[in-house]
Design a protein. Structure first.
Lengths: 110, 113
């Protein structure tokens, strides 16, 4: 079956630090990959996506590259802000379903 | 454009009681999803509707959970009777079709005591 494994949290960083959240997946075929973000008190929002191997998704300073050879889709941001504090979910779309990782809580301190 | 609306936002009930959640999707979205998000886990799909028909309910515990989508618009999810392990956030999402780009509501946090 399809599954997503992402780095456990929580992760606590200082402002302007570099953020990486690891994500690996198992899927049949060629899934599309996503990062969703959930800010406190809000619903999940699509942060970025990549639909084929070697695609790079980017948004709001975040980036992730679809690596088929390592079945990975790691999320990175070069300089985080307090407003980036949220829960981040890696997800894949395959067989017409979204499968989510467990989520990584990120707290950025001023 | 209004987003996905859900109510109530919070609910506390005792085990064996019943509870219902309501979702109003984005106008014009044909597909509606209910997810269960247990603390520390990612959302898990419970049921998917296309218009007012069920597309996938393979992970819905049908002995206690039921859902309907009235006239292909609003939807309700019911739990009867509730168990302690049903404590979770119930998320509703909608999309224009059976595609990955889903728009999520804020969720209903259920606590069963």
């Amino acid at each position: 079956g399809n599954s997503v494994t992402q780095m456990e949290g929580p992760v606590t960083l200082s402002e302007e630090a570099f953020l990486t959240i690891n994500c690996t997946y198992t899927a049949t075929g060629y899934p599309s990959l996503f990062w969703y973000v959930q800010y406190p008190g809000e619903g999940l929002q699509l942060l970025l996506k990549a639909t084929k191997a070697d695609d790079k998704g980017s948004n709001k300073g975040f980036e992730a590259t679809y690596r088929k050879e390592t079945t990975s889709f790691h999320l990175e941001k070069g300089s985080v802000q307090v407003s980036d504090s949220a829960v981040y979910f890696c997800a894949l779309w395959s067989d017409y379903k979204l499968s989510f990782g467990a989520g990584t809580t990120v707290t950025v301190r001023a | 454009e209004a987003g996905v609306a859900q109510s109530p936002r919070y609910k506390i009930i005792e085990k064996r009681q019943s509870v219902a959640f309501w979702c109003n999707p984005i106008s014009g979205h044909a597909t509606l999803y209910w997810y269960q998000q247990i603390l520390g886990q990612g959302p898990k799909l419970l049921i998917q509707f296309q218009n007012n028909g069920v597309v996938d309910d393979s992970q819905l515990p049908k002995d206690r959970f039921s859902a309907e989508r009235l006239k292909g618009v609003d939807s309700t999810l019911k739990i009867q009777p509730a168990k302690l392990e049903d404590s979770a956030v119930y998320l509703c999402a909608s999309s224009p079709g059976n595609i990955y780009e889903q728009y999520f509501g804020p969720g209903t946090r259920l606590t069963v005591t």
